[in-house]
Design a protein around this ligand. Structure first.
Ligand code: FAD
Ligand code: SF4
Ligand code: SF4
Length: 477
C-alpha cells in the first residue's frame, strides 16, 4: 500500500469550511466551501484501505471508494475521476446530498475512536475538478443504433438511464412535464444543499451528448402510454412520487396551510429567477411569519431552512418521534438547529386554529410505544397533553405517494402494488407490459437520489439486453 495512506492516526477529520449560520441565513447558496487540493489530498489519505471496505458495501452504487481516495491522496485526480464516474452518473451531486452519515461514511470503519473519512466531500471535489478542467466530454458512441427509447421523467433515475443507454448508441427521448429537466434535483431540493448550476451543467452535458429532451410534455395529457409504446422500441417509467400524504385534523382546510413541495417549488423557481404571480409569491413567503413545519424527513428539513432564509419570525418543526428516530439526515438537523430552527420532538398536530385564516397549531405530546412490525417504536399521544403554538404559515411535509399512474397514463393494464408503486420484475426492471420498464421512486416509493441512480443504471442494462434480443429476432425473421 502507498505510504500516503493510513494517516487517520495523525490527521483529524475535517470537512470543507462551512459558512457561519448568520451568513448562510442571508442567501440560498450552498453552505460548504470546496476543499482545496491540499485539503482533499490530506483528508483522502486518512483512509486505511480496508480489505473489506464497508463504505463501499453500504454505498448503493458500490462506488470503488478506497481506490479513488488513494488516487486523490496521490494527486492522480483524473484517474480518480475515471474510477468514480464509472459507477456513478452524478458523483458531484451525490457528494453534496447523499445522507452519508447513514450510508458510506456511517459505515467507514477506520479504527475505533477515529472519525470517518469525509468520503462525500472528496467525491464532490473530484468531479467538480473534472468539470473545471474539461475532463468531462459529451458522449460520442462508437456505434449508433436505430432503436429508440422513450424515458418518462427527467429526474435522477431517468437521467442515469438515459446516459447509460446513450453511451451504447441508442437514440434517447426524455419526456418531462416540467419546463426543466432534473426532477426533484431542480424543484424539490433547495440551492443551499445543491446549487442549480450543478444540475444545469449535467443536463447541458446530456443534451450535448445527443439525448433529446421533450419538456412541458406530460404523459397522460400529451400522449398516452400506448402512443409512446408505439413510437419507441422500449419505454422507461421514471416519474417519481408526487402526491402529498394528507393529514386529517380539525381546521386542516384553513388558509395558510400549504403543501411542502408547492412551497419548495415556488422558492426554487424564485431562485431560478422565474417570473411568478405576485399572489403566489406572497402566499408561499414565510417572511415575518410564525412558521410550523409538520414532519421529520428531508423535505421537512428543507422547508424549515427555506423559511429561515425567507426571514420568518420563528420556525418550529413538529415531529412525532424523537431526534434518534427521525428519518431526516442528522447532519441536516444540526444545520437547521444552527440556523435557529426549534425542534418540538415527540409531538403531533391535534388541530389547526383560526377562523378562515390560520392563527395557531394545537399539538399534543407523544411517547414512543411498543415497536411495530418494522421494529420502529410507534408514537402514541399522551392524554391531556395539548399545547398551542402561534402559527400563520403551516407547511405539511408528511411524505409522498405515487399518483394513480394507470388512470393518468390511460393504461389500466399497467400493474401496480397496493401502495400505488409500479410493479416490476426486480431481475429485469420490466413491468407487466413487454418493453415497458420502471425505475426510481415510482418503484421503491419516496427514497434517495443515489437509489434512483442505481435503479436507472440497472434499468438501462436490462433495456439494452431486451433490445439486443429484439434486434436479433428481427434479423432472424
Ligand atoms: P423525480 O426526481 O421525482 O423525477 C421524476 C420526474 O418525472 C419529474 O421531473 C416529473 O416532472 C416527471 N414526471 C412525473 N409524471 C410525469 C408525466 N406524467 N409525464 C412526464 N413527466 C412526468 N434525496 C437525497 O438523496 N438527498 C436529499 O437531500 C434529498 N432531499 C430531498 C428533498 C425534497 C424536498 C424531496 C421531495 C426529496 C428529496 N430527496 C433527497 C429524494 C430524491 O429527490 C428522490 O428520491 C429522487 O429525486 C427520485 O428520483 P426519480 O428520478 O425517481 O424521481
Ligand atoms: Fe457515499 Fe453517496 Fe457517494 Fe455512495 S454515492 S460514496 S453513498 S456519497
Ligand atoms: Fe477507507 Fe473508511 Fe472505506 Fe475503510 S471504510 S476503505 S477506511 S473509507
Amino acid at each position: 500500500m502507498t505510504e500516503k495512506m493510513l494517516q487517520f492516526v495523525d490527521v483529524e477529520q475535517a470537512m470543507p469550511e462551512k459558512r457561519t449560520a448568520e451568513l448562510r441565513k442571508q442567501d440560498f447558496q450552498e453552505i460548504y466551501a470546496q476543499f482545496d487540493v491540499h485539503g482533499a489530498e490530506v483528508q483522502a489519505s486518512r483512509c486505511s484501505q480496508c480489505g473489506v471496505p464497508y463504505c463501499q458495501i453500504h454505498c448503493p452504487l458500490s462506488n470503488n471508494i478506497p481506490d479513488w481516495l488513494r488516487l486523490t491522496a496521490e494527486g492522480r485526480l483524473e484517474e480518480a475521476y475515471e474510477i468514480s464516474s464509472a459507477t456513478n452518473n452524478m458523483p458531484e451531486i451525490c457528494g453534496r446530498i447523499c445522507p452519508q452519515d447513514r450510508l458510506c461514511e456511517g459505515n467507514c470503519v477506520i479504527e475505533k475512536d477515529f472519525s470517518s473519512v469525509t468520503i462525500g466531500s472528496v467525491e464532490k471535489y473530484i468531479t467538480d475538478t473534472a468539470w473545471e478542467n474539461g475532463w468531462i466530454k459529451p458522449i460520442k458512441p462508437n456505434h449508433e443504433h436505430d432503436q429508440t427509447i422513450g424515458i418518462i421523467g427527467a429526474g435522477p433515475a431517468g437521467l442515469a438511464a438515459a446516459e447509460e443507454l446513450r453511451k451504447q448508441g441508442f437514440q434517447i427521448h426524455v419526456y418531462d412535464r416540467y419546463d426543466r429537466a432534473g426532477g426533484l434535483l431542480v424543484y424539490g431540493i433547495p440551492s443551499f444543499k445543491l446549487e442549480k448550476e450543478v444540475v444545469v451543467r449535467r443536463i447541458d452535458y446530456l443534451t450535448e451528448s445527443g439525448i433529446q429532451f421533450h419538456l412541458g410534455f406530460e404523459v397522460g395529457r400529451d400522449a398516452t402510454l400506448q402512443e409512446l409504446r408505439d413510437k419507441h422500441d422500449a419505454l422507461l417509467i421514471a416519474t417519481g412520487v408526487y402526491k402529498s400524504r394528507e393529514l386529517k385534523a380539525p381546521g386542516v382546510g384553513l388558509d395558510n396551510i400549504e403543501e411542502a413541495l408547492d412551497y419548495l417549488t415556488v422558492s426554487n423557481r424564485q431562485d431560478l429567477d422565474d417570473t411568478l404571480d405576485d399572489e403566489m409569491v406572497k402566499k408561499y413567503n414565510a417572511a415575518d411569519k410564525d412558521v410550523v413545519v409538520i414532519g421529520g424527513g428531508d423535505t421537512a428539513m428543507d422547508c424549515v431552512r427555506t423559511a429561515v432564509r425567507q426571514g420568518a419570525k420563528s420556525v418550529k418543526c413538529l415531529y412525532r418521534r424523537d431526534r434518534d428516530n427521525m428519518p431526516g439526515s442528522a447532519r441536516e438537523v444540526q444545520n437547521a438547529e444552527e440556523e435557529g430552527v426549534e425542534f418540538v420532538w415527540l409531538s403531533g398536530p391535534e388541530a389547526f386554529l383560526g377562523a378562515g385564516t390560520l392563527t395557531g397549531v394545537r399539538a399534543y405530546q407523544m411517547k414512543l410505544g411498543a415497536p411495530d412490525i418494522t421494529g420502529r417504536q410507534a408514537p402514541e399521544p399522551i392524554p391531556n397533553s395539548s399545547f398551542d403554538l402561534p402559527c400563520d404559515l403551516a407547511i405539511m411535509a408528511l411524505g409522498f405517494e405515487p399518483e394513480d399512474l394507470p388512470t393518468m397514463f390511460d393504461a389500466p393494464e399497467l400493474r401496480i402494488t397496493r401502495w400505488g408503486t409500479v410493479t416490476v420484475d426486480h431481475s429485469t426492471m420490466m413491468t407487466n407490459l413487454p418493453g415497458v420498464f420502471a425505475a426510481g421512486d415510482i418503484v421503491r416509493g419516496a427514497s434517495l437520489v443515489v437509489w434512483a441512480i442505481r435503479d436507472g443504471r440497472d434499468a438501462a442494462e436490462a433495456i439494452a439486453q431486451y433490445l439486443e434480443v429484439k434486434a436479433n429476432k428481427n434479423k432472424a425473421a
